[in-house]
Design a protein around this ligand. Sequence first.
Ligand code: AGP
Length: 370
Amino acid sequence: AEIMKGGYDHFMMKEISEQPDSTFNTMRGRIDFKNKNIILGGIKQYLSSIRRSRRFQMIACGTSYHSCLAVRSLFEELTGVPVSVDLASDFMDRSPPIFRDDTCIFVSQSGETADSMQVLKYCRAAGCLNVGVVNSVGSSISRETDCGVHINAGPEISVASTKAYSSQFIALVMLALKISNNVIDNRERHEEIINGLEEIPNLISKVLDKKDEIRDISLKYLHGKDSMLVVGRGYQYASALEGALKIKEISYIHAEGIQAGELKHGTLALIDDKMPVVAFATQDSFSPKVNSAIQQITAREGRPIIIMSEGDKMIDQSKASACIEVPKTVDCLQGLVNVVPLQLMSYYLSVAAGNNPDRPRNLAKSVTVE
Ligand code: AGP
């Protein structure tokens, strides 16, 4: 195991650090950056049926569920088809109607998650088209779906999922691009996104270069706390949920991902000078609303750690505990960059608390029981 860690203390840090390569590998052979083309051999035979779907239903658990949330609005924007995203366990509790012309997309790192497998069985019986977005080749989900996209992130050993998230995110973006590349008025947006994807491995490296700064901020403001909030909206809501999950599962600090627009509907009551807050405030069309959420927090003596775009003058840093600047990319891809500081924070908080981040208590890597 020590050799497999490749010089890192833990698999988790190795896997976080691998993301420039793993995201590249997800795109390798699938994106022709020169001709702005997407090649997904695994869904080729079914592409015309997928394009005829009137609804996309995404199913997953945990981190994989967050990757679905991260791409949902892009999917809807590009395909013009409504997208539902469900936790597998909740989906089974509801047993909702599924139409034969629905496309269900199952996202799973292991491909063995029992809750997701159960939904897949249900969907097979309903006769819809089932697509897998899976890391483990030959796994149950990749075998039982009609077609799919392997994310090619390489083995993920750490219980806390990191590189699978970024690769699932990219695989789903490629899927949305492929499904919609017959629509003429999408062309400029497609090119923008494909150019953005090409830069992602490099931008992730730039965030990784800040790991000492991120460690110091984490230890100074978050270590030893009982509870914290992670706030974001729009494309960054998924980043907030995923960041909070990472913190919970390996740092054992209670963390809650909050949609920034929901603060005033309840959570604002928790804000005071003691409640740690991490806020995603990178620039996009939602920034004015996020900035107003930050004001709501600072007006109640909250002192957030702000994750912001490099050099953004619109952010009021005066009442922040700290600001972490990250490189800017296309709005719908920014989550790929923004999740990295939270992965690093959870890692450093876990180690500082004396935990083994690779083996968090009470959790298993692959949840094969319901
Ligand atoms: C993430 O860090 C988790 N350990 C967990 O939420 C995981 O993402 C979930 O169990 C789903 O697993 P899967 O992707 O293998 O289906």
